[in-house]
Write a protein that binds this ligand. Sequence first.
Ligand SMILES: *[C@@H]1O[C@H](CO)[C@@H](O)[C@H](O)[C@H]1NC(C)=O
Ligand SMILES: *[C@@H]1O[C@H](CO)[C@@H](O)[C@H](O)[C@H]1NC(C)=O
Ligand SMILES: *[C@@H]1O[C@H](CO)[C@@H](O)[C@H](O)[C@H]1NC(C)=O
Ligand SMILES: *[C@@H]1O[C@H](CO)[C@@H](O)[C@H](O)[C@H]1NC(C)=O
Ligand SMILES: *[C@@H]1O[C@H](CO)[C@@H](O)[C@H](O)[C@H]1NC(C)=O
Ligand SMILES: *[C@@H]1O[C@H](CO)[C@@H](O)[C@H](O)[C@H]1NC(C)=O
Ligand SMILES: *[C@@H]1O[C@H](CO)[C@@H](O)[C@H](O)[C@H]1NC(C)=O
Ligand SMILES: *[C@@H]1O[C@H](CO)[C@@H](O)[C@H](O)[C@H]1NC(C)=O
Length: 359
Amino acid sequence: MAGFILGDFNRRVRLLFMLVIVIVLNEGKGNTRAQCIERERQALLRFKQSLVDPANLLSSWKSSNPSCCSWKRIRCDNRTNHIIMLDLHPEFRCRGYDYDCFRSHSISGKIDSALVQLHYLRHLDLSYNGFTRIPKFIGSFKRLRYLNFSGNRIIGTIPSQIQNLTRLQFLDLGFLYSYSTMNANADNLEWLSYLPSLRSLTLGSINFTKAVDWLQSIKKANSLSTLNLNNCQFPEVDIWSLSQTNSSNSLRSLSCLENEIHTRTLPWLLNVSRNLVYLTLHANYDVLPENSFRNLTYLEYVDLSGNEIEGGIPKSWGNLCSLKTLDLSYNSLNGTLHDLLDSLTEISNLPRLKGIHDL
Ligand SMILES: *[C@@H]1O[C@H](CO)[C@@H](O)[C@H](O)[C@H]1NC(C)=O
Ligand SMILES: *[C@@H]1O[C@H](CO)[C@@H](O)[C@H](O)[C@H]1NC(C)=O
Ligand SMILES: *[C@@H]1O[C@H](CO)[C@@H](O)[C@H](O)[C@H]1NC(C)=O
Ligand SMILES: *[C@@H]1O[C@H](CO)[C@@H](O)[C@H](O)[C@H]1NC(C)=O
Ligand SMILES: *[C@@H]1O[C@H](CO)[C@@H](O)[C@H](O)[C@H]1NC(C)=O
Ligand SMILES: *[C@@H]1O[C@H](CO)[C@@H](O)[C@H](O)[C@H]1NC(C)=O
Ligand SMILES: *[C@@H]1O[C@H](CO)[C@@H](O)[C@H](O)[C@H]1NC(C)=O
Ligand SMILES: *[C@@H]1O[C@H](CO)[C@@H](O)[C@H](O)[C@H]1NC(C)=O
């Protein structure tokens, strides 16, 4: 009995002691929260000066406010107080291509080189703003894990300095579509080989006509698991050198929307990984090459909508034994539903089927 009471007492003392520690820790946190590295604060203020911000997204960035860690769209490391995140994506999404709406809700202007002071930046999201250049000094953010430039109308060559961002895991260069010309281009994709941790890559509205190595580089990107190619122009590839390149085998998701990829190159793109699970080929192909999916036995989701596939489903497409969803809407399929289901059961286990209304 006495032992029990003593144990209870001990427990209470321990509890009290723990409470004291928690309070002390919280005090410490309260203090650091107010702090911020003055050099980084000045860099943000200079960066803001060269921006056009009609929606006043950065109103909390005031020179009179010394604690920049509490500014909006910033996050500091809670131990060192260094700025680790800068996120300027607009919260308001404009519909379609409403340019006036877009302009009044986003940030534009020059990306001032003062920003290089943010040596500890890990996450940089400038998506869906009105920036037109990716500065070369982007290469100085050596700790970046996440870089998002999607939805901007970028002009000029993708700076090769991106290869300095060796810790990148997510890279989104899905620029905004402009109707007639592509204003962004890349001479090569060699920089991919310097990004050993890259898991997700999106490329959009970029002219890769001169990047003859593009598919080799993608094939060699070992860590890549998601690849989105939207509205880009690619040259035909040198099939011999491609066959000498080992496949990455890690790619699980490939989305290919409205690109200019030669029909002869397509099988090689699909051949990059045997582990594809998600495949979207919304690319206006009228003929999908024979045996396209021959080795892709893990495919679960295939979206072939919006192509010009005629007739039925060729058995030569391959062996889709894991298939769960197949979207064939907006094609020129004919024949009876019965025929279609027949050919599907031959290449797969009966999938969920979308696009029957097109038959
Ligand atoms: C500090 O930040 C890390 C992640 O950046 C988080 O996991 C952790 O909970 C934070 N600690 C405090 C005391 O806020
Ligand atoms: C990129 O890295 C190279 C070699 O590490 C260095 O010489 C160069 O200055 C870096 N460029 C930038 C923009 O950081
Ligand atoms: C980049 O930002 C856009 C819009 O803010 C978002 O839709 C997209 O998923 C982001 N990319 C990545 C890789 O997170
Ligand atoms: C892409 O670049 C090539 C030359 O580098 C040019 O001939 C072609 O017209 C460009 N494509 C587009 C869509 O701008
Ligand atoms: C490709 O992989 C095989 C086996 O993993 C290896 O023997 C060969 O040297 C590799 N080839 C190249 C060009 O890396
Ligand atoms: C697919 O890849 C294999 C090796 O990974 C290669 O031998 C073959 O020729 C390729 N076929 C096509 C059609 O791409
Ligand atoms: C499937 O894999 C075999 C063996 O690696 C290869 O010879 C063949 O070309 C591949 N087929 C396709 C369509 O990729
Ligand atoms: C379906 O279309 C193909 C090619 O357009 C044609 O050869 C075939 O006769 C059509 N089949 C039916 C049942 O209409």
